[in-house]
Design a protein around this ligand. Structure first.
Ligand code: ADP
Length: 440
């Protein structure tokens, strides 16, 4: 009656074993994008598991929603395609039958970019004749009208994305952006069609499919459009887009019996005490968060130049000297002039590496002394800490801020809670809210 069922044999293991088939398998092209969609799916109150990279082991103990975070947004096309196909193979092995290719809501890519080639490769593997492209996220000001992507009131090509260091977006038209990335025809289902509802959209998609159009950009300017699109397309083997169009899927899957009404709730392990906040982001928001938290909690500042001279030992000693029950903050977070000073002395790359390595070592030292709650600020910093703790799977927990959930992982057989926040996310009181949210 549902794909949230026990299903038996797995090609890599002898004998039957119990495993739930995920209702949806998501492949995300970067880590914060993966966290974003995982958090939105978790609002349905079911288990969502976020894997950091394609798991090395065959699927086991899978969640209702499985999300694989890759780092392939700007990777060479052949690498990105190979990684995404490996992710798809793993998700299919887990029993998933529906898939979502998640990229940024600003369609970050280059003419030699990965969004189209990956979609086409996944379609080939799945035998899917058609998919949709819908990066709209109305709540965050991303809308698509007549195939053109808007950021707030500006066209994408007139928004700050036009000067992005890695993926400058100089065209706003998704059909034009997609065409050089794909081998099969690209078409549009526009807002006028979407506004007529699910049946009209399905008719338009069928018409395009009959004409051989494999790739369909779908307009959406409001949440109601996304609901119509999700309803019309939930049966497609592959959907592609930003996270917002996936938001209605859990409720649709429940209605259709793809996700059982009694799918287990998220696990919420009891944690031993001990918390630490590690901040390596220098974004404006993180600077404000550090300043707010420092005023009423113990804190230690890491300076890259000092780290280069005398290492991380004094920070570890300081951390070990903190009383139980506090959540001390260790931060390299600094204002632009301080960052520039460190970069002029050490070089930008070395300064960054020293900080990342120090925070990674501190995370490990904290774990060694019994700390089981980790708040980490900074995208790259999060990557370094995740690697040092050996994180491979995160089970999504309570949402702290939009796009930033608590997650649970197992390190050396011990339950830990981790939240990995990219620079500009959260409000001023993020660190305090995070701690309160975990207890509540
Ligand atoms: P964000 O998510 O805000 O971009 P990241 O962690 O991805 O944060 O990037 C911040 C980078 O800045 C990291 O490589 C970090 O090591 C580096 N960094 C942090 N503090 C300093 C500092 N005081 N001086 C120089 N570089 C720093």
């Amino acid at each position: 009656f549902t794909s949230w069922k026990r299903h038996g044999q797995n090609s890599n293991r002898p004998g039957p074993r119990l495993m739930a088939a995920p209702a949806l398998g998501v492949i995300a092209d970067d880590f914060t994008g993966a966290t974003d969609i995982a958090g939105l799916l978790a609002r349905a109150g079911v288990q969502v598991s976020l894997r950091l990279g394609v798991p090395e082991h065959p699927p086991e103990d899978t969640a209702a929603f499985e999300v694989i975070a890759l780092k392939c947004r700007t990777a060479p096309v052949t690498d990105a395609v190979a990684e995404c196909r490996a992710a798809l193979a793993w998700l299919r092995d887990a029993g998933a039958e529906r898939f979502f290719w998640k990229y940024c809501s600003t369609f970050d890519s280059t003419p030699a970019g990965n969004i189209g080639p990956v979609a086409e490769a996944l379609m080939d593997d799945l035998g899917a004749g058609q998919t949709i492209y819908c990066p709209a996220f109305p709540e965050n000001g991303r809308a698509i009208f007549m195939g053109n992507l808007f950021v707030g009131q500006q066209l994408l090509s007139e928004s700050p994305m036009k000067d992005h260091p890695l993926t400058p977006m100089r065209d706003s038209n998704l059909q034009r952006l997609l065409a050089p990335q794909t081998t099969r025809p690209v078409g549009l289902a526009d807002r006028l069609t979407v506004a007529h509802g699910e049946a009209a959209l399905q008719r338009r998609l069928a018409e395009l499919r009959d004409a051989g159009t494999a790739h369909v950009v779908v307009d959406a300017v409001a949440d109601g459009d996304l609901q119509i699109i999700a309803n019309a397309c939930s049966g497609m083997p592959l959907l592609t887009g930003g996270s917002a169009v996936a938001m209605p899927l859990p409720a649709i899957y429940r209605r259709d019996g793809v996700l059982a009404v009694d799918a287990p709730p998220p696990r919420r392990p009891a944690l031993a005490s001990g918390a630490v906040i590690l901040s390596g982001s220098c974004s404006a928001m993180t600077n404000a968060q550090v300043a707010a938290y420092r005023s009423n909690a113990p804190s230690f500042r890491l300076d890259p130049v000092t780290l280069a001279e005398s290492g991380v030992a004094s920070a570890i000693d300081w951390l070990n000297g903190q009383a139980d029950g506090t959540a001390p903050l260790i931060y390299a977070t600094a204002q632009l002039d301080e960052v520039q000073h460190a970069q002029a002395t050490l070089g930008a790359e070395r300064a960054g590496q020293l900080v990342e390595a120090a925070l990674a070592e501190l995370a490990l030292a904290a774990f060694g002394s019994g700390v089981r709650r980790f708040v980490v600020a900074g995208g790259e910093t999060s990557g370094a800490v995740a690697r040092s703790l050996g994180l491979t799977r995160l089970d999504i927990g309570a949402e702290i801020a939009p796009g930033v959930p608590w997650t649970f992982a197992v390190v050396d057989g011990e339950d830990v809670a981790v939240t990995l926040k990219s620079g500009n996310f959260g409000t001023r009181d993020f660190f305090t809210i995070a701690m309160a949210r975990l207890e509540g």
